[in-house]
Design a protein around this ligand. Structure first.
Ligand code: AMP
Ligand code: ZN
Length: 488
């Protein structure tokens, strides 16, 4: 598989360090509010990446943290603590907030068919690990104490700005104009590893440490949680593009200073979902959630399809019109699949399906070209020489990666068509779910006439009706106990 690697800034063949074992780390959510659909774009694309690797035979172990402590609302070390802000807003404790929004996050993920990673670790579980890493960084001279906090000394590294070309003395970096400078820092880019003196005297969660009672800086959790579960070497690290700096840059600084060798080989960053008036942001307070999409009548998987239709390395603009288009596409796709007969009892021809699988793999291997992978579903549906059993086999196979519930969705379409039909109990007529009701009624009547004609062995009449329908673009597919029709 070729993937764009943010570290080298080019597409590279993904090669894990140890055979087909892939260690994969994902920055998890900060659980002070619901995830917005922008956050979930990142998690959908990372989920597809994990599933694509598994589909290709890799043995993936994936770890995700849950940021339930110490994430400041500014990307520098200043600003407000996001968890505390959430707790104040809702008059709850920080741990109550964390539990509620962690559960809400995984509920949203389930609706979007995002698999829960093999290991999910809340940051508050690993205090000992942070203390250990900070101690080593101090011992090795990569960290210093100042004003009650422990800082990482970025000047000790040969190269700190791995993800961008900022000069070491660029004053604009790491400190935003609207936040006060931290006089304890030796270099502008230095960042906090452990706080004991913080602006937030009422910080709810604090732990004892060799440097006094306090709490960890934000970046240290990912370095430690990754090391704890995946060891000293990481193959693949994922996150949204905003995580590149300073978060991932600081993760690399800490981990490599601690380990004394290169840590992670491939960095996968998902670009943002934006609205017409800018980036979607949790801290702005107003944002779109999965629940809101559901309230408006959208199947969450329509949003998943919407994301798959564009490349993860391009910004994606969310509009209701775009989502409506995805909804129509999804419904049409399910309807076409519903027209395939799942009850033929035939086995798929494993030779015949191979070229289609190869084509699908080529899409995935081209830097996770998911829109092409979606197009491959239509290649299957149109596939000449493929039986319904072959097609259903391939659709189910591709759906292991795409996660669109294609076969279950098609079954629902079949069932709803079944209940909507006016035919006799012994003969079911399955119409496309989005069929115009007047047309459906007319086609239904003709099909019932055709059914009667066939029972009476009046083949001429039966063929005449088929031809009449075909002339109007209606394609029939006879099933065991009825007929499915679609309009081309
Ligand atoms: P957070 O909960 O704020 O730590 O963010 C969770 C994940 O969502 C991180 O990987 C972010 O990089 C990512 N993210 C944040 N905003 C967006 C957005 N508008 N579009 C896509 N991903 C985002
Ligand atoms: Zn992280």
């Amino acid at each position: 598989m070729k993937l764009y690697n943010s570290l080298t800034r080019r597409k590279e063949i993904f090669t894990p360090r140890f055979g087909n074992q892939v260690s994969m780390y994902t920055c998890g959510p900060t659980v002070y509010h619901f995830a917005h659909i922008g956050n979930l774009r990142s998690y959908i694309m990372e989920d597809v990446l994990e599933k694509a690797l598994r589909w290709e035979g890799y043995d993936v172990k994936r770890v995700m943290n849950i940021t339930d402590v110490g994430h400041l609302s500014s990307d520098a070390d200043e600003g407000e603590d996001k968890m505390l802000k959430g707790a104040r807003r809702e008059h709850k404790t920080v741990m109550e907030i964390a539990k509620f929004y962690t559960d809400a996050f995984f509920a949203d993920c389930a609706k979007l068919n995002i698999k829960t990673p093999d290991v999910v670790e809340p940051a508050t579980n690993c205090i000992e690990d942070y203390i250990d890493m900070v101690t080593v960084l101090l011992d090795k001279g990569y960290a210093y104490a100042a004003g009650g906090n422990i800082y990482f000394d970025t000047s000790r590294l040969d190269k700190y700005y791995v993800f961008n070309d900022f000069a070491q003395d660029d004053l604009a970096v790491g400190v935003r104009d609207d936040v006060e400078a931290d006089d304890n820092k030796r270099n502008k880019a230095d960042f906090v590893l452990w706080f004991t003196k913080s602006k937030f005297e009422d910080q709810a969660l604090k732990w004892d440490s060799p440097w006094g009672v306090g709490y960890p800086g934000w970046h240290i959790e990912c370095s430690c949680i990754s090391k704890k579960h995946l060891g000293e070497y990481l193959d693949l690290h994922c996150g949204g593009i905003d995580n590149m700096f300073p978060h991932h840059t600081n993760e690399i600084a800490q981990s490599e200073a601690y380990l004394g060798h290169k840590w992670c080989n491939y960095w996968f960053h998902v670009h943002h979902l934006n609205t017409n008036d800018g980036k979607m942001s949790k801290s702005k307070g107003e944002f779109l959630t999965v629940s809101l999409l559901e309230e408006k009548g959208y199947d969450p998987l329509v949003y998943r399809l919407f994301c798959l239709q564009s490349h993860y390395r391009k910004g994606l603009v969310f509009t209701w019109e775009n989502l409506d288009n995805a909804a129509v596409t999804y419904q049409k796709l399910l309807t076409r699949i519903a027209a395939l007969n799942p009850d033929t009892g035939a086995e798929p021809d494993l030779e015949a399906v191979k070229p289609y699988q190869a084509k699908f793999q080529k899409s995935l291997d081209n830097d996770l070209n998911t829109s092409m992978a979606v197009t491959n579903l239509y290649d299957v549906l149109k596939g000449k020489g493929l039986t319904d059993a072959d097609k259903l086999f391939l659709l189910a196979d591709f759906d292991r990666v795409l996660g669109l519930n294609l076969l279950q969705g098609a079954e629902k379409v079949r069932k709803s068509a079944k209940t909507a039909q006016s035919g006799t109990g012994e003969y079911r007529i399955t119409a496309p779910a989005d069929a115009d009701p007047a047309l459906a009624e007319e086609v239904n009547a003709l099909l019932l006439r055709r059914y009667e004609a066939r029972k009476a062995k009046d083949w001429a009449e039966s063929d005449r009706i088929r031809d009449e329908l075909s002339g109007r673009g209606i394609v029939l597919k006879d099933a065991k106990d009825g007929v499915n029709w679609t309009k081309v």
